[in-house]
Design a protein around this ligand. Structure first.
Ligand SMILES: NC(=O)C1=CN([C@@H]2O[C@H](COP(=O)(O)OP(=O)(O)OC[C@H]3O[C@@H](n4cnc5c(N)ncnc54)[C@H](O)[C@@H]3O)[C@@H](O)[C@H]2O)C=CC1
Ligand SMILES: O=C(O)[C@@H]1CCC=N1
Length: 266
């Protein structure tokens, strides 16, 4: 099976790395094309994936085509590939804020099997979180096969399309917020004399262990907060100071802004 990428930016490269690591695809089964010839040709030389000379060539040669361009470019890309896209090709879009209906309108056909996904950059280390929804042209078999390709990149979840905006906030965009939190913790460590490297490792490991404990699912996060807050201790002092600075409100406002921005793309 050949898989093609239109757009070879941050997200496409993260997915390709995740698949090559797990040997889900060989480099020779991956076709790429993007707007910047120097970038994608050099990338193809480095990784062994196949560089195509146009977006249409990717569609002609691939069985599955991932549209990995920014949302505002999607319409012009579909204009370029419409004539070579038949019902035998599976189209996967990861563009935030662009619905399946809008994609079908752009293709001028409801018969193009299309899956909308929302991955995150952590697919690069096979620890991603990817949401899925499909249109009526995608059979159960194709859908199951496609989902298992993404299962190799981390966790996957089928959700209704109406929930994609909140999913973007909680999983697509949130790695940036979590990296930012880790960096803020690390800077505090530097303030107290640690090197940035030490402080970053300490903070990242604390986030990783905490996330794994939440996913283990024995207790709610709030119960675990209580377990760490010894009466009269350091943690409750720190937590209350963070709340005074608006920690919970800052997070919720950030998620609200992400959702609104995603909805504004519709
Ligand atoms: N970066 C992220 O963490 C995530 C991104 N996404 C979605 O993934 C998509 C891609 O995002 P990024 O990889 O971050 O963007 P990017 O800017 O890193 O990459 C975009 C790619 O599209 C190419 N491109 C631009 N115009 C083109 C055209 N006419 N034909 C072919 N290629 C063209 C560029 O050369 C570049 O390789 C977006 O729709 C975004 O919403 C979804 C989830 C997470
Ligand atoms: O910032 C963005 O628009 C994209 C979508 C999710 C992550 N990055």
């Amino acid at each position: 099976m050949k898989i093609g990428f239109i757009g070879v930016g941050n997200m496409a490269k993260s997915i390709i790395t995740g698949w090559l690591t797990k040997k889900v695809f060989e480099p020779g089964d991956i076709l790429v094309h993007s707007a910047h010839r120097n970038n994608y040709e050099e990338y193809a030389q480095k990784t062994g994936v196949i560089a195509c000379t146009s977006n249409a060539a990717v569609v002609e040669k691939a069985d599955i085509v991932l549209l990995a361009v920014k949302p505002f470019v999607l319409a012009s890309v579909i204009d370029e590939i419409r004539d070579v896209t038949t019902g035998k090709k599976l189209i996967i879009s990861m563009a935030s804020g662009v619905s399946l209906e809008e994609i079908a309108t752009q293709f001028k056909s409801k018969k193009i099997p299309t899956i909308r996904i929302m991955p995150n950059v952590n697919v690069e280390i096979n620890e991603g979180m990817t949401a899925f929804v499909r249109n009526d042209a995608v059979s159960d078999i194709i859908y199951g096969q496609t989902k298992s390709l993404f299962d190799s990149l981390g966790r996957t979840l089928e959700i209704p399309e109406k929930d994609f905006s909140i999913f973007v906030a909680l999983a697509g965009s949130s790695p940036a917020y979590i990296y930012y939190f880790i960096d803020a913790m690390a800077r505090s460590g530097v303030k107290y004399g640690l090197t940035k490297k030490q402080a970053t490792e300490i903070s990242a490991q604390a986030v990783l262990g905490s996330a794994q404990k939440v996913l283990a699912g024995t207790k709610s996060p709030m119960d675990m907060v209580d377990d760490v807050c010894s009466p009269g201790g350091t943690t409750i002092a720190g937590l209350l100071a963070m709340e005074e600075a608006g920690f919970m409100t800052a997070v919720v406002k950030g998620i609200d802004a992400t959702v609104l921005k995603d909805q504004a793309t519709h």
